[in-house]
Structure formats: C-alpha cells, structure tokens
Design a protein around this ligand. Sequence first.
Ligand SMILES: [Zn+2]
Length: 197
Amino acid sequence: MACHFCDTLHEGVAVPERTAARCQCCGVVLYQNRPASLVRVTAFSLTALILMGIVNTFPFLTMEANGIRTELSLFRAARELIREGSPAIGWCVAVFTIFAPLAMAGGMLYVCGPLLRGRAAPGARHVARWLGRTEPWNMIEVFLLGVLVSLMKLGDMADLKFGVGFWAFAALMLCMAAAVAGIDRNELWDRLEVAAE
Ligand SMILES: [Zn+2]
C-alpha cells in the first residue's frame, strides 16, 4: 500500500489491537486496529436500528399554537411534504433521515455481524464497497442542525416540545458516528479477505 501523504510504498501487515501502522518515511497513520472494532460496530449498528424504530414510531415534535396541538413524526412529516406539494423536499427528508441511516446501519450489521464469528455473509464485500461509497451521503447531523435552526425561528410563533422521537434521533446520530468510526476501512477489508463465505 502507498502512504496517502508521501506515496512511500509499504507491505501491509496485521497489527495488534490498539496499535496503528505508520509510514516509515513521514509517520502518518496508514491503518489501525481499533479495540474490539467488530463488536463495537455491530453493537452500535444494532442500537441505531432500534433507535430508528423509536424515531419513526414516537412523535418528533409537538407544536401548540392558538389551542391547536399537532404531533409530528419524521415519517409523517416526509409523507405530508410529498402529498402537500413539496415532493422534492419530502423525498430528501425520507431518503436522508429514514432510508440512508437504515441502509447504512443495516449494511454495517450485515457485514460486521457474521465477521464476529469469522465468516463473511454472502455478498458482504459488495455491501462493504457500497457502504464506503455512500458514507459521505450519511448526513443526518446536517438535518438535525437544520431542524434546530428552523425550530428557533418557529419558537416565537408556537409552543414547541421535543418528543421521544427527537431524542432518539439525536442518539441515533451519535450511534451512527460511533459505528462508522468504530472500524478502520483497511482493517475491515483485511478481515473480509481472510473470512470464509
Ligand atoms: Zn508517508
């Protein structure tokens, strides 16, 4: 493998847990073996999937203005937007807050779960490659920030309360970040290469 900083070529060897392989020339970290990486990714992905269920079941937000109370869940918000004339925004909400995290967490669980027992699930290499490509599109934290900014503006007009769905979504964001950061990509590929199908 080549150092991404200085292009010096190295032979990739397995490193013990909690250590990193550094470039001989410039000292940049080439890859690392993070502690209990597979268990961590599996646990965080599973938690993310459970949280997604909570996010889409419980109200995200309760709004009260002029005596009218409205409860809104993420799923309902996306559906209403699609129906009420803003399909592009509605689909964006659905894709980035529901389908993308679901596919991401489900994919990581599919790849890393069987690896815990030294096996690769059928097509795991394809899923891992696809996960690597879609990772930059996982931006639920941007969505959360957008929601907070809009709520600040809405706060003057209506009485707002965050529901269980909102807190579950915030926890989901942390879980997804922890799952993605839990394993080094090179380590994942090494483990996939030695695992039996
Ligand atoms: Zn280097």
